[in-house]
Design a protein around this ligand. Structure first.
Ligand code: FAD
Length: 116
């Protein structure tokens, strides 16, 4: 059985980090789960899922936003710069609808160990 997204949250990786109910997990998890469901049927190797890089971008309202990297959440951007990144993320996060070619093209940009 394969799962992705919020229903697969709270599963720990090898280092004990819990998956989170977030877009950054859900989207690449879906790609890995889909890959693995097909690979299982075809009898070819499965891929592991690793959020890489692990980041957090939290909107702070009028104070801007904070962007961190790594599980120890090193602050990379804050204030106005963080807010601009948050706006960019919100802009690109929505998947295209009813456009199989574009959906597959965008699937290739996910960094989760699954190529293409
Ligand atoms: C208000 C809010 C703000 C959030 N903000 C952020 C954020 O800033 N950053 C971030 O990373 N994450 C955020 N999240 C979390 C993020 O939205 C979820 O982690 C992510 O959407 C989970 O994806 P998913 O595919 O697992 O589930 P969903 O996106 O919930 O997709 C599940 C889909 O299944 C459908 N469905 C349910 N039951 C059935 C059924 N029986 N038959 C057919 N279809 C069904 C639903 O209608 C839905 O379309 C936010 C969530 C909320 C609620």
């Amino acid at each position: 059985m394969f799962a992705a997204g919020d229903v697969a949250a709270a599963v720990a990786d090898d280092a004990g980090h819990l998956g989170l109910q977030s877009c950054q997990f859900a989207t690449p998890m879906g790609k890995a789960a889909g890959h693995n469901a097909a690979a299982d049927l075809l009898g070819v190797p499965l891929v592991d899922f690793t959020p890489d890089p692990y980041v957090t971008c939290l909107d702070l309202g009028s104070a801007g936003a904070v962007f961190t990297t790594g599980w120890d959440r090193r602050v990379e951007l804050d204030g106005k710069q963080g807010k601009e990144l948050k706006a960019t993320i919100l802009d690109v996060i929505h998947p295209p609808l009813d456009d199989a070619e574009e959906i597959l093209r965008q699937a290739g940009r996910q960094s989760n160990g699954v190529s293409g």
